[in-house]
Design a protein around this ligand. Structure first.
Ligand code: NAD
Ligand code: UDP
Length: 339
């Protein structure tokens, strides 16, 4: 069993992954500046796993503090979730996104290099593919992100490809997630966005719980069976298990390699609203509104490489995603802060 440094471990995907890593017997050192999360998620991870771990409130931009983590702890591998992820915000303040996501990762990789830690799993995104030219999207699809957020993800991928090529020993998995949703089945941890949710599932859940009036369905004139956008939603527990598989199989990564984490199955916005209504046991009101600028009609993954390389595939379907999202939302109607 190894000691894994998890950056951004208090966040949505990080907290679920921490739980799965602890249950698999790994020791954890978690760092997070809590700019988009709460320490409460980590307390709940400790409760669910009945295990404790080190947590340090550290910003990736604080290079001396980051270096010290590698001096204090004997780290075997790093899973790097910490980053900003709101597309609209990245358009308004690209400098903040480039500094936090790219300079932050530069600091991390620098600290790893000095400490001789060369095993890394990075949170990339399907957004690096930009406009899909063919479906399903394989890892060989051309890269061309549109938003500043997506460009920071591609910049970090490029940085990691260069570093891994510079000397032997680096083993880097770039995990390109599709649309993470859902929550741990206990309803103890889940997605708790600050402000108005940008993403579909948390918005739908806040409507279901009565915090918002209705879902605005962005676009009903796409060239899809029901006219609404299609995405590859993936349960966060599947994603967490994908990280466990990646970090335990880094010996299969010579240098730096990208792997899609998706289900390979696309669902429309109306499919999600319908499944969420079933899970919540109530009609979720919605209205059809114009398309959101920058959105594409349909994207879903080819998850074949993940199966071949990691021995991992997503197991949970849309109903389970909605059931677990609803369980978290109904137990924590105002998220972590006010429960
Ligand atoms: P999240 O915001 O819940 O988690 C990110 C965590 O990183 C937060 O706890 C935040 O406080 C922390 N953080 C941000 N900047 C930091 C810094 N400079 N120093 C220390 N901590 C910092 O987001 P998430 O949904 O869990 O996403 C995790 C990662 O996965 C992100 O890198 C994101 O870009 C990527 N990703 C997410 C999605 C998605 O839809 N959720 C899709 C593809 C990729
Ligand atoms: N969407 C929507 N209403 C919302 C949020 C999203 O209709 O309030 C649609 C969006 O147009 C896309 C899908 O839901 O077709 C998923 O959007 P999300 O922002 O969750 O993820 P994206 O794929 O854009 O990263």
């Amino acid at each position: 069993m190894s000691t894994i440094l998890v950056t951004g471990g208090a966040g949505f995907i990080g907290s679920h992954t921490c739980l799965v890593l602890l249950e698999a017997g790994h020791d954890l050192v978690v760092i997070d500046n809590l700019c988009n999360s709460s320490e409460e998620s980590l307390r709940r991870v400790e409760g669910l796993s009945d295990k404790s771990f080190v947590f340090e409130k550290i910003d990736l931009l604080d290079q001396p503090a980051l270096e010290q983590v590698f001096v204090t702890h004997s780290i075997d591998a790093v899973i790097h979730f910490a980053g900003l992820k709101a597309v609209g915000e990245s358009v308004e303040d690209p400098l903040w996104y480039w500094r936090n996501n790219v300079a932050g990762t530069l600091n991390l990789v620098d600290a790893m290099n000095r400490a001789d830690v060369r095993d890394l799993v990075f949170s990339s995104s399907s957004t690096v593919y930009g406009m899909p030219e063919e479906l399903p999207v394989t890892e060989a699809h051309p890269l061309g992100p549109v938003s500043p957020y997506g460009k920071t993800k591609l910049a970090v991928e490029d940085l990691l490809r260069d570093v891994a090529a510079s000397k032997p020993g680096w083993r880097v998995a770039l995990l390109r997630y599709f649309n993470p949703v859902g929550a741990h089945p206990s309803g103890e941890i889940g997605e708790d966005p600050t402000g108005i949710p940008n993403n579909l599932m948390p918005f739908v859940m806040q409507v279901a719980v009565g915090r918002r009036e209705r879902v605005a369905v962005f676009g009903s004139d796409y060239d899809t069976p029901d006219g609404t956008g299609i995405r590859d939603y993936i349960h966060v527990m599947d994603l967490a298990e994908g990280h466990l598989a990646a970090v335990e199989r880094l010996e299969r990564f010579e240098g730096c390699e990208a792997v899609n984490l998706g289900t390979g199955q696309g669902y429309s916005v109306l499919d999600v609203v319908r499944a969420a209504s079933g899970a919540a046991g109530r009609e979720i009101p919605y209205e059809l509104v114009p398309r959101r600028p920058g959105d594409v009609a349909a994207v879903w993954s080819d998850p074949g490489l993940a199966k071949a390389k990691l021995g991992w595939q997503a197991l949970r379907g849309l109903d389970e995603m909605c059931r677990d999202s609803w369980h978290f939302q109904s137990r924590n109607p105002h998220g972590f802060a006010k429960t």
